[in-house]
Each structure stands twice: as C-alpha cells, then as structure tokens.
Design a protein around this ligand. Structure first.
Ligand SMILES: *[C@@H]1O[C@H](CO)[C@@H](O)[C@H](O)[C@H]1NC(C)=O
Ligand SMILES: *[C@@H]1O[C@H](CO)[C@@H](O)[C@H](O)[C@H]1NC(C)=O
Length: 315
C-alpha cells in the first residue's frame, strides 16, 4: 500500500473514532476532538494491521508470482496442448480419410466377395455338370471297351472270313479266266483244196485254220480240245464232201468215246452234214473229231469243214 493510501486510511480512522473519546468521569464526550490514547491505540492497531497486511501482501505477491509462473507453465502447456490438439485433429482428419478409404475398400471387397461367391456357385455347377459328364463318358468308355472286345472277336472272324474270301476270289479269278473258253476252226488253212481220207483207221482230224481260240484250250497241232475246268461245253461239227463217190462220216469223241456223228452221202455231187452236243466235262477231259476209216471229206480255204466249241457254264 502506498503513502497516499495510508493517509486516506488515517483520515478515515480519525473520522471513524470521532466522538468515542471518554472524559474523566467515564462519560462519553460529546466533543468532536480525538483522545490521544485512542490515537495511539489506533496507530498501534494500524501498525499491527499494516505489518500484517505487509506480510499478507508478501504472501499475496508470492502467490501471484506462483500463479504467474503457474500461468506461464499453463500457457506453455496450453500451447503444447494446442499444438498437440492441432496435430491430433490433423491425425483425426487423416484417420477419417483413411477410414473412408477403408470403408470404400471394404465395400469394394464385399462386392468382390459377392461376385466371387457367385463365381464359386457357378463353378460348382460347372464341376457338377463335368462330373456328370465324366460319369457318362466312363459309362461310354466301358461300353466301348466291351464293344472293343466284341469287335476284336468280330475282327478275328472277319480276318478268317477275309482269308476264305481271298481264296474264293482267287478261285473265282482263276475260274473267270478259265471260263472264257471258246474256239472255232476249219480244216484247211492255206493252199488248194484237198481230200482227207479215205484212211485205213479212224483218224483224228487236225483243224489247222483257227478262227478263235480264247483260253487256248484247243491245240491246232493235235486237233484236241482239253477242258480247263469242270463244266458243260457245247461242240458243233460240220462236214463237206465233193464229187460224191465217197461217203463222209465224222464223230465227236470224248476221251476215246464216240459221242455224236455227222454223216453224209450224196452220189450226185456235193453234200454236207452237221451235228452238235452239249456235254459235261471234267477238267482235263478231251474232245476231238475223228474221221472214220474208209470215209472221205473235202475242204479248201472256203472252210466247209468246221469244228467249234465253247464252255456254257462251270458246275
Ligand atoms: C459242187 O458240184 C458242182 C457240180 O456239180 C461243182 O461244179 C463244184 O465245184 C462242186 N463243189 C463245190 C464246192 O461247190
Ligand atoms: C480223259 O482223258 C484225259 C487225257 O487222256 C485224262 O487225263 C482223263 O483222266 C480222262 N478222263 C476220264 C473220266 O477218263
């Protein structure tokens, strides 16, 4: 407290104690003057109060210093806290951003999960269908394997049958070749006309002029036809005689047996005769024409005398 304050206090004290002074009789004085004892007492009181106040003031000053210091600390702390708060706010904003981004990511992952689940369901369906297909294929494979065994057996049978067929084909090919049998011949091939006979014995006629000899079964050097295959053959014979002083007689002979005869006699002149036969021959059997002994025929390059034959069919 300053000097001016103290004086004010002093003046107000004197005013306060106005009229409280006791006179000698112990009566309260009505005068306005101050009693000296009062003043002293007041001064003492004031002094005591002053020093108490001074102590208090020191205390208060100290308290203020403390408070100021504390305030400083608090300010610093506050500043630090603010900084921290700002940093925390920044962090919060960043975390919020991160949270939003994570939420977005979560949504996207959920979508992906849903899509994957759908895909899994679809794959499961596909797997089921493939398993069904595998089972069906297995059944088919089993059936094919069974079939395979059957086919192997069938193949073996076919192979056997095929070799049989091959033989048959070979035989048929041979048959076809030998089936083409046909010949047509006449006695005289070249030069002038001539008589054959009369001879003392039956004589095989050799027809030298070969018109056709398919299959070469007729031999133009011997006059003999040899059957190449078992079958029915047809033969035809034609004979001619000129200036009729002789009879004519020619037989078709099979393996030494006279089968049919062409016979002719005309005393007035030219005469001719024919005969033919269909006969079953074994392969190797022979057929030829025989002029009987003492008979005669005539031929020239006009080919009056002919010997023909062909295979009708095999049997
Ligand atoms: C047949 O007879 C006649 C006369 O009768 C003769 O002129 C002729 O040359 C004979 N021969 C033939 C092949 O016609
Ligand atoms: C017919 O004659 C031929 C040739 O001489 C002979 O190979 C064949 O065995 C004879 N056939 C018969 C049925 O006698």
């Amino acid at each position: 407290m300053g000097t001016a304050g103290f004086l004010v206090l002093l003046l107000s004290s004197s005013f306060l104690f106005e009229g409280n002074c006791l006179d000698d009789s112990g009566q309260k004085s009505e005068s306005s003057e101050l009693c000296p004892s009062d003043i002293e007492s007041v001064l003492r009181q004031m002094s005591a109060a002053l020093s108490a106040q001074q102590v208090e003031i020191r205390h208060l000053q100290e308290g203020i210093r403390h408070l100021q210091e504390e305030n400083k600390h608090l300010l610093l702390e506050n500043q630090a806290t603010r900084t921290e708060v700002v940093s925390l706010q920044t962090e919060v904003v960043s975390l919020q951003t991160e949270v939003v981004s994570l939420q977005t990511e979560v949504v996207s992952l959920q979508t992906e999960v849903v899509s994957l689940q759908t895909e899994v369901v679809s794959l499961q369906t596909e797997v089921d269908s493939l398993q069904t297909e595998v089972v069906s294929l297995q059944t088919e494979v089993d059936s094919l394997q069974n079939n395979d065994k059957a086919q192997e057996a069938a193949l073996e049978r076919l192979q056997t049958s095929s070799s049989v067929t091959e033989h048959k084909v070979e035989a048929l090919t041979h048959d076809k070749t030998v089936r083409q049998v046909a010949f047509s011949t006449a006695l005289v091939e070249s030069g002038g006309g001539q008589w054959f006979g009369p001879y003392s014995t039956d004589t095989t006629l050799v027809y030298k002029h070969v018109v056709t000899n398919t299959g070469n079964a007729y031999n133009p050097h011997t006059g003999i036809f040899t059957a190449p295959v078992r079958g029915v053959y047809h033969f035809h014979l034609h004979i001619f005689e000129d200036f009729g002083s002789y009879s004519s007689r020619v037989s078709l002979v099979k393996n030494g047996s006279k089968m049919v005869i062409a016979n002719e006699y005309d005393s007035s002149g030219n005469g001719s005769a024919s005969n033919s036969m269909s006969v079953l021959l074994e392969a190797g059997d022979v057929v030829y024409a025989v002029l009987w002994s003492s008979y005669r025929i005539y031929d020239n390059t006009n080919h009056f005398n002919t010997f023909s034959g062909h295979l009708l069919f095999t049997v």
